[in-house]
Ligand binder design. Structure first.
Ligand code: GRF
Length: 202
């Protein structure tokens, strides 16, 4: 077995952050490999993008089963694949405290705003509508609340007067694609600890 950290990516949609993570791993920029993609939605384009890259991709639909049962299946798939870390990349479900505890400090998420501003859905639209002059993206460790875990890395984006929510989201996405691989590289190659909410790199 290689010395690479095995990562599972959970997604519900397009999968562009998954692609950036997988490619950074393939280039050797992150000492890890994506060994599994899990989607709760059968129509997520990210599934195909995984398969194109030879990454096993499975659908574990949430409909019709309890959250507990759904998470049991996801944890089984992630464990079976030997993944130690879990990256959420556009995964539209909240994880339970039990799931978070199972992979304690090894679950990462990306959010398209500068947390703690604009958590939840359509963050880019929320930020645009509020009228902020700077927004961006946040990579954070995951806890059992929505978009609330300790922050690993943030990148900023200026909001331009002629931006629409769409153009702002595009520029934020460019920064997400830099931030997520960079944050994983930091977490997996540097010594770090939690000091309260603060992720401190030594
Ligand atoms: C990204 O904007 C991410 O910040 C948010 O969901 C979106 C996922 O995009 N959590 P993609 O599926 O990675 O392209």
């Amino acid at each position: 077995m290689s010395g690479l950290t095995r990562i599972a990516v959970l997604l519900s949609g397009r999968g562009s952050n998954f692609v950036e993570i997988a490619e950074a791993c393939a280039r050797g920029e992150i000492p890890a490999e994506v060994v599994l993609v899990v989607s709760n939605r059968p129509d997520a384009p990210g599934l195909e993008r995984a398969r194109e890259r030879g990454v096993p991709a499975v659908v574990i639909a949430g409909k019709g089963i309890s959250r507990e049962e759904h998470e049991r299946l996801v944890i089984a798939a992630v464990t079976e694949a030997g993944a130690r870390w879990v990256c959420l990349a556009g995964y539209m479900r909240l994880l339970s405290p039990a799931f978070v505890e199972r992979f304690s400090r090894r679950i990462v998420n990306i959010h398209p705003a500068l947390l703690p501003s604009f958590p939840g859905l359509e963050a880019q639209h929320q930020a645009w509508e509020y009228g902020v002059k700077v927004s961006g993206c946040t990579v954070h460790l995951v806890d059992a609340d929505c978009d609330s875990g300790p922050i690993v890395l943030q990148r900023t984006v200026r909001v331009l007067d002629d931006d629409t929510p769409g153009t702002l989201a595009e520029r934020i996405l460019e920064q997400e694609h830099i931030a997520y691989p960079a944050a994983l590289r930091m977490l997996l190659t540097r010594r770090w600890r939690l000091d309260g909410r603060r992720v401190v790199f030594e």
